[in-house]
Ligand binder design. Structure first.
Ligand code: SAM
Ligand code: SF4
Length: 333
């Protein structure tokens, strides 16, 4: 790799909780033998803020995404957002949510300083949506849609909708999803389905290459290259004249290790340099609770940043299997 092209590692994805109120078939399927961190093992808000202020910010991290599990299950979510937004060094703060609890907290989150939000919405058809989130009974789609409307209403910008496309389940809705961006300044991002933690679903269904989705949209409306503020690996396009954009996250068909600017902190304090590589992870919570000197923790993290593996993984070649193993919710998706 050309060293001048090495990206600065300044982006931390922070999982606030590994639990979730959904059981998405592609992430935490009901039939999986799910294990969660003991509540006492989760980083408290105070511990997380110490790690950010005393370790991550001094090591150069400036951009933060709060995720999970479902981050809105944390009762202290507004307090956490407010504290991170208030760090003078914070250049960017965003949150990824399933949207179910969003309607009531969109405004407090905005007032606490959050401006960017990603909401997962895999289908516009309530029955398909419920099937994908592993829910039976009264549909949860209306609450999520209300959450999206509330986020729009308070002014989140950009507001992104994440769609995991699964063949034979929601792939027939791709055009309708993309069409949402024509009249609304929303940013729909199609994510290639990954074989992480979802058992037989991946083996049964397979995945759809972003280019197949892109070409459907191009054939219908045309596509120009677009732009939207973000830290991620999405390739962004725009339907001509649309207010929003369509993006593609193609971790199956492309390798973007050379663009990777991030590390992941799990809810129980593991710092992980790479989504696909468990080597080199360390537990910062244990260090903190055992009274390890913060300067030492800084040195360990700085060394990890300096030594972030230069690898070139394509998810499909990485040896991940359809077995349950660890899911995106546990890693901090
Ligand atoms: N619960 C929140 C949500 O669903 O938005 C945040 C955590 S979730 C793990 C973060 C993102 O990971 C979601 O957009 C979800 O669709 C995506 N994801 C989870 N499992 C995935 C998989 N197997 N393949 C592709 N994306 C996945
Ligand atoms: Fe929960 Fe998000 Fe995983 Fe769905 S994708 S099970 S909402 S963590």
């Amino acid at each position: 790799m050309n060293p001048t092209l090495t990206p600065t590692i300044d982006y931390l994805r922070i999982s606030l909780i590994d639990r979730c109120n959904f059981r998405c078939t592609y992430c935490m399927p009901e039939e999986a033998d799910l294990t969660f961190a003991a509540r006492g093992d989760l980083l408290t808000a105070a511990e997380l803020l110490i790690l950010l202020r005393e370790v991550f910010i001094p090591c150069g991290f400036r951009r933060f995404r709060l995720t999970g599990g479902e981050p809105l299950l944390r009762p202290d979510i507004v307090e956490i957002v407010g504290a991170i937004a208030a760090f003078p060094e914070t250049q960017d703060l965003s949150l990824t949510t399933n949207g179910f609890r969003l309607a009531s907290v969109a405004k407090p989150l905005y007032e606490a300083g959050l401006r960017r939000i990603n909401i997962s919405l895999d289908s516009l058809v309530p029955a398909t949506f419920d099937q994908m989130i592993g829910h039976r009974g009264k549909s949860r789609w209306p609450e999520v849609w209300a959450g999206i409307q509330a986020a729009h209403g308070v002014g989140f910008d950009p507001l992104k909708l994440n769609v995991v496309v699964i063949p034979g389940v929601n792939d027939s809705e791709v055009l309708e999803m993309a069409g949402l961006t024509i009249d609304r300044a929303w940013h729909v991002r199609f994510i290639e389905f990954m074989p992480i933690g979802n058992g037989d679903l991946f083996a049964d269904r397979g995945w759809i290459d972003s280019e197949m989705i892109r070409s459907q949209i191009r054939d219908r409306w045309g596509l120009t290259s677009g732009q939207v503020r973000g830290n991620g690996p999405a390739d962004v396009f725009q339907i001509p004249g649309a207010k929003g954009t369509v993006g593609f996250i193609s971790q199956m068909s492309e390798c973007f290790c050379d663009r990777c600017n991030r590390m992941r902190l799990s809810a129980d304090g593991w710092l992980r340099p790479c989504l696909l590589n468990e080597t080199g992870q360390i537990n910062l919570r244990e260090g903190l609770r055992s009274g390890q000197d913060l300067g030492e923790l800084r040195s360990v993290v700085a060394a990890m940043v300096g030594g972030k593996p230069e690898i070139n993984y394509k998810m499909r070649d990485a040896g991940t299997t359809g077995g349950y193993g660890r899911s995106m919710s546990q890693i901090g998706g």
